[in-house]
Design a protein around this ligand. Sequence first.
Ligand code: HSE
Length: 402
Amino acid sequence: MINVAILGYGTVGSGVYEILDTNAQNIARKVGKAVSVRHVLDLRDFDTHPRKEIFTKNYDDILNDASVSIVVETIGGVEPAYTFTKKALLAGKSVVTSNKELVAKCGTELLAIAKEKNVNYLFEARVGGGIPIIRPLHKCLAANNVTEIFGILNGTTNYILTQMIHNNKSFEEALSEAQEKGYAERNPAADVEGHDACRKISILASLAFGEAQDSEKVYTEGITKITLDDVKLAGRLGYVIKLIGYTRHQNGKTLCRVSPMLIKKGTPLAMVEDVFNAIMVRGDSVGDVMFYGRGAGKLPTASAVLGDVLDIVSASENKNFIWSEGVIENCESHLEADGAMFIRADGVSIDEVRALFGEGCIFADSDEQVAFIAPAQKEAHMIEKINKLGDNVKSYIRVMQG
Ligand code: HSE
């Protein structure tokens, strides 16, 4: 029998409990041992819960219970999750988490403690919700030199953009629907300003390229400035707008960025809709591999958390993923990268646009505004030219190449 403690009985924590309860027999058959929830830590009362006796408000009940070998942390945020995690690891308990913020801020330290104590600190659920990506990246694709990872890493914003693209819904209306469905973070700014996707791509970059990417230094743009005009005009050019987390490693430098991008209709990422996430991994041997699934929601996220728990139960070796401290000189600025840009402007003629951005511009059919894709060039040069158009520019959005 393996005893587990759950910290936080919110959306994900209660999902973990529910799956362990519902699928108990199936799980025991697969991993060869029964896995049971021994304690749940939460400040609220759960007097009507069928197993109300397992709820506690005192973390020491868990820490001092030697029969608990795995702690599932689904509290979210840095504190008290950081203190609880550190204490559990130091006490020789493995910790599994869905906490993006904590792994992004303190992952390097917590992984080092786990390694020293020969226990696990695992976080499959913190990147793609229900999609298994961390273990496949680290194990199944280990023979590859991964050169690029990019994709749709946030369910809430993908849901909002899908509603804007297909149902002409306003940003606010679509956001409140996503919140009702339990996809959004406690503070939806984390979703719509791109911070959630940023934490996820930072972790993927750290894992794939072996050096910590500080999520606070990663260039991040959300979707709050995307309008229905952008969606419509991008559509006329044959593109959809998606929030993309992007990272690549070349010539010893890592570029990491989150921003809305135009994605060519009919390509795999363009077809990822609603709350679904998709992560494309480009390896030198395997080529492109795409991971697709539900990136948010109670049971999909709990399913990924339990994937880690059961991995610990079914094998004895330590499975920690390790990366070294980040070095700022090894980060490539987004301004150095080449790329095409979608630009929407008022009061500018097609001739002026061509004179500035070159003959290769592709224009959308539009009466009132000029909307076009400027051909690929270094982003610093592109932005200099955009600035020359001043307030006439209403928006500019990067375009995914190829
Ligand atoms: N708020 C996140 C999302 C949940 O919408 O994708 C999963 O990290």
